[in-house]
Design a protein around this ligand. Structure first.
Ligand SMILES: O=C(CO)COP(=O)(O)O
Length: 252
C-alpha cells in the first residue's frame, strides 16, 4: 500500500511574508486530512520561516541540494544543511534545472547520493519534451533519465527511499495536462524499469505526476493505479487549490 503524496513546488515565488501566509493557509486546510502525506517546497531562503508553521503529516521539502558535501561550492546548499532545518524531501533534476542550469544525469545522481546520505528523500523528476514525445521517444527519454541515475548510484544504495515524479515538460506551466491514460502509461513503464533495475522498489516506490495538475483534473489523474500523488507547481501557490488536490488524493 503506497501512501499518496502531494508535494507543492513553489519554485522561485514569494517574499518571506507570502511564504509564511501560504504555509499557514495550507496547514489550516490540509491538517485534518487522513491517509496522505503532504510536502511543501518553498525557496531555500523561506525554509526556516516555513519550518516553524508546519504540523503533523505536512513536511518540508527543498527544491535542490548540492552535488557535494559542505565546502567550496559557492551558491550551493549542502544536503545536511537542509536536513538540519527539518527538511525531509528534496526535488532533484527538475526540468527547469536541466533546461536553465544545464543539470545532467551525472550531477543529478551526485545530488541524489548526497540527499540520501543526509537522510533526505529525493524526488527525482523525469519527463520528455514535446519534440521528444512527438518523435515517439517518451519511453526512451524517461528510461535514460532513470537509468542514468541508477547506474551512477551503484547497486548498494540504488534509488533508496526516493520518489520519482513524471513531469512531461510540455505540461509544465502550460495548462496542458497529460491525460490520465497518458500519465498512467508512463507511470506503468517506470514501474517496469524499477522491476528490472530495482526489483525491491517496484511495488513500494511512489510515482508522482506533475504538469498542470489542478483541482479540476486531480481526481482523474490520482485514480490511476500507478499514480501515487502529484508534484504541483502553479496550483500550490493557492492554498485552496492545493488543499483541494490534497483532498482528492485523500478520497482516492
Ligand atoms: O513543474 C511542476 C512541478 O514541479 C509543475 O508545474 P505546474 O503545476 O505549474 O504545471
Amino acid at each position: 500500500m503506497r501512501t499518496p503524496l502531494i508535494a507543492g513546488n513553489w519554485k522561485m515565488n514569494g517574499l518571506s511574508a507570502d511564504a509564511v501566509a501560504l504555509a499557514d493557509g495550507v496547514v489550516q486546510r490540509v491538517a485534518g486530512l487522513d491517509g496522505i502525506e503532504t510536502v511543501i517546497c518553498p525557496p531555500f531562503v523561506h525554509l526556516p520561516g516555513v519550518a516553524g508553521r508546519l504540523s503533523d503529516g505536512i513536511h518540508l521539502g527543498a527544491q535542490n541540494c548540492a552535488d557535494a558535501g559542505q565546502g567550496a561550492r559557492t551558491g550551493e546548499i549542502a544536503a545536511d544543511m537542509l536536513a538540519d532545518l527539518g527538511v525531509r524531501y528534496v526535488i532533484l533534476g527538475h526540468s527547469e534545472r536541466r533546461q536553465f542550469y544545464g543539470e545532467d544525469d551525472a550531477t543529478i545522481a551526485a545530488r541524489y547520493a548526497q540527499a540520501l546520505g543526509a537522510g533526505l528523500r529525493p524526488i527525482l523528476c523525469v519527463g520528455e519534451t514535446l519534440e521528444e514525445r512527438d518523435a515517439g521517444r517518451t519511453q526512451a527519454v524517461v528510461a535514460e533519465q532513470i537509468n542514468g541515475v541508477i547506474d551512477r548510484l551503484g547497486s548498494d544504495t540504488g534509488l533508496g527511499h526516493g520518489v520519482i515524479a513524471y513531469e512531461p515538460v510540455w505540461a509544465i506551466g502550460t495548462g496542458r495536462t497529460a491525460t490520465a491514460v497518458q500519465a498512467q502509461g508512463v507511470h506503468a513503464f517506470i514501474r517496469e524499469i524499477l522491476g528490472e533495475r530495482q526489483p525491491g522498489l517496484a511495488d513500494t516506490m511512489r510515482l508522482l505526476y506533475g504538469g498542470s495538475m489542478k483541482p479540476a483534473n486531480a481526481a482523474d489523474l490520482l485514480a490511476q493505479p500507478d499514480v501515487d500523488g502529484g508534484l504541483i507547481g502553479g496550483a500550490s501557490l493557492d492554498a485552496e487549490d492545493f488543499a483541494a488536490i490534497c483532498a482528492a488524493a485523500a478520497r482516492g
